[in-house]
Design a protein around this ligand. Structure first.
Ligand code: GUN
Length: 285
């Protein structure tokens, strides 16, 4: 079987058109969605991500504020900046780009963001709400994966979903979102014995391990849906995913490429969450 390619770039573009329309609608009601992005230090990957977030805001007619802080900034100064943004009515979303320098406690920073403005969906209140199936800001990459499947008309209820990777940002929450949609979910990770036995059961396989070309054809059941969350560089410096695309695309039913797969969905869902927060602020006033 040769897999159908799930075109994340195209699906993201469609979703962004819908978001732009909704941004216009709420602008006419007097609110322009505003996103504040805090970047501490000068990690090159983080700088690229942050630039892309600003560009997306501009394209969709949202306001964006970039706050750059030096690597040596104290935890206290960062927390006081966040407190200021929590109280700023023109800001609907606050995102602190991770990772943070070692002297700053990530957990403390995440918990200081108002859950109403936590468009990353990282605050324990939003995680708890997501787990219990209440309305919540959903973390952007997992949410983007769900939208990719929905837009491709891939059903989820009763399917066996195997997640490889258990990060707080992707692996753990994506499994939860599938469980919320009535899938049977297995989590695998670096200590899992005989990974293949598990991954070969997957109707839907999520690769979120951060190791280039880690998932091979032998890990995949014929016709499975394979979602590649990895953004890695191979030995030649070329961008590649966690899935060996050349091999696996010959066996899977559907596959996301890298780039132009999951990646474009992450920022799209961040824009969606910021819009949602702005719309909710209208209802609170
Ligand atoms: N660093 C890598 N991915 C993310 C993300 O989704 N949000 C934030 N805030 N930082 C990140």
């Amino acid at each position: 079987m040769t897999a159908s390619i799930i075109n994340g770039k195209e699906i993201a573009a469609k979703k962004r058109m819908e978001i732009a329309e909704e941004v216009n609608r709420i602008k006419n009601l007097g609110v322009t969605p505003g996103l504040a992005v805090i970047l501490v230090g000068d990690n090159p990957a983080s700088q690229t991500y942050v630039k892309n977030k600003e560009k997306a805001c501009q394209e969709l007619g949202m306001n964006s504020v970039l706050i750059k802080m030096p690597e040596e900034i104290s935890e206290e100064s960062l927390l006081s900046k966040i407190a200021e943004l929590n109280n700023d009515p023109s800001i609907h979303g606050i995102l602190v780009q991770l990772p943070l320098p070692k002297h700053i406690e990530e957990k403390k920073v995440i918990e200081s963001i108002s859950p109403f403005k936590d468009v990353d969906g990282f605050h324990p209140i939003n995680i708890g709400r997501m787990m219990t199936g209440q309305d919540a800001f959903l973390p952007c990459t997992p949410y983007g994966i769900m939208v990719l499947l929905e837009e491709t008309d891939i059903s989820i209820a009763g399917k066996h979903v195997v997640v490889v990777g258990r990060s707080n940002i992707v692996g753990k929450p994506v499994g939860q979102l599938f469980l919320n949609k009535d899938a049977t979910v297995t989590y695998c990770h670096s200590k899992t014995k005989d990974l293949k036995i598990h991954t070969n059961q997957a109707d839907i396989l999520i690769a979120a391990v951060g190791i280039p070309n880690f998932i091979k054809a032998e890990h995949v059941k014929d016709g499975a849906v394979v979602i590649d969350v990895g953004i890695n560089r191979n030995e030649a410096g070329k961008l590649c995913g966690d899935v060996d695309f050349a091999e696996v695309s010959e066996k899977a039913g559907y596959i996301t490429p890298v780039p132009k797969g999951v990646g474009p969905m992450t920022i799209t869902m961040l824009m969606y969450n910021t819009l949602k927060s702005a719309a909710q602020s209208l209802n609170r006033n």
